[in-house]
Design a protein. Structure first.
Length: 364
């Protein structure tokens, strides 16, 4: 590999035309067949039976189902456990079959079908199947993004340790002695080096959204009037994401429950969305393409900036959506067009986002 640099004259270069990854459905039958294949092979040394789903447009160094997002089918047979691992990527998982135990950092909890949970960065985790059926989960992570940046750190022999170098409770930090210098009158500042290496912390912990606790609330969004202009869903909110409105630092997860024969308004956003439909069936229209789907299908339902909308059939549907919305808020790049007649808004930094008509359906 050459170590010589090159200059590229871009003085008159037009903006590069973006390559949209086409919408894609992985049908339930294919997912079920892959689960059975994984269960039939000899147990790997890692204890992990896993299959990553790759989109045909992916050109990155690792499999990805959307740019920067992977989706992995993880299988444990009864009595099996995976080996502990820690990564600087983060995950959101859903159990789609059986039950098991998740051990993440210092926390351990039971998970069952349709439960959703997050795994924070660098917290050692492993899973075990203490049931009688296969324990199967869909796992979503930002590993492809970190792999593309060549900074995905994976530790296959992690340990839970307490930091011995932390200052005593209430003691002054080095940054408390560092300079803070105002520059001009608009808020610009100079800060000492200590501010770069001792950042105020946010407590990231694994959270569990149990289906048995989430499901009873879904009738509220299911029963919203069909004239409601928003989406019939709840965000699985992790308070550590603060204004980024996420389930993990990079993704939000939502659970939708749509009434029968409800069709959304065409819209678009730069964040990519992946739907896993687990109850019912319906249809989608993505960049002019019409698709039918049913429970058990996985769908790259909204490639970034693709015009799309979804509709239910006679029985409605439930879906888990994973979307890299918080990542774009952090980058100040979250462009959103709620309908094709509305303006393009940069959510999170402009004065106001889009407003629904929810007040029309609430008691006065």
């Amino acid at each position: 590999m050459s170590d010589e640099f090159r200059f590229h004259d871009v003085s008159e270069r037009a903006p590069r035309k973006q390559v949209f990854w086409p919408t894609l459905i992985v049908p339930r039958a294919a997912i079920d067949a892959e689960i059975e294949r994984l269960a039939a092979v000899d147990r790997p040394a890692s204890g992990r039976r896993a299959s990553a789903i790759e989109h045909p447009f992916n050109t990155g160094p690792v499999p990805a189902f959307a740019p920067g997002i992977d989706v992995t089918i993880e299988v444990l047979k009864p009595g099996e456990s995976s080996r502990p691992i820690a990564r600087n990527s983060t995950m959101v998982d859903m159990c789609i079959r059986g039950s098991g135990t998740a051990v993440i950092g210092a926390r351990e909890f039971k998970v069952e079908k349709f439960d959703v949970w997050n795994t924070p960065s660098m917290q050692p985790y492993h899973f075990r199947n203490d049931g009688r059926d296969l324990f199967v989960r869909l796992s979503y992570s930002n590993a492809p993004l970190l792999e593309r940046l060549e900074v995905h750190y994976v530790n296959t022999k992690p340990e839970l340790t307490d930091r011995a170098d932390l200052p005593a409770e209430g003691a002054l930090r080095a940054r408390d002695r560092a300079e803070v210098i105002d520059v001009g009158r608009d808020g610009a500042q100079l800060l000492g080096y200590e501010y770069l290496v001792d950042i105020d912390t946010v407590e990231w912990k694994p959270l569990l959204w149990k289906w048995s606790e989430v499901n009873p609330h879904l009738d509220k969004v299911y029963n919203l009037d069909k004239r409601y202009t928003g989406r019939h869903l709840y965000l699985l909110y992790n308070p550590a994401t603060e204004r980024r409105m996420g389930t993990s630092p990079c993704f939000f997860a939502t659970i939708a429950k749509y009434p029968a024969d409800k069709l959304d308004t065409p819209h678009r956003h730069v964040s990519a969305a992946i739907n896993y439909y687990f109850i019912g069936h319906g249809k989608s229209f993505v960049m002019g393409k019409s698709l039918e789907w049913e429970a058990g299908d996985l769908h790259l339902s909204a490639p970034g900036w693709a015009v799309h909308h979804h509709g239910s059939r006679e029985q409605g549907f439930c879906a888990l959506t994973i979307q890299d919305h918080p990542l774009h808020i952090a980058m100040d790049s979250l462009l959103w067009q709620e309908n094709l007649h509305s303006p393009i808004v940069k959510l999170g930094s402009e004065r106001q986002g889009f407003q629904t008509n929810i007040a029309d359906f609430q008691p006065a």
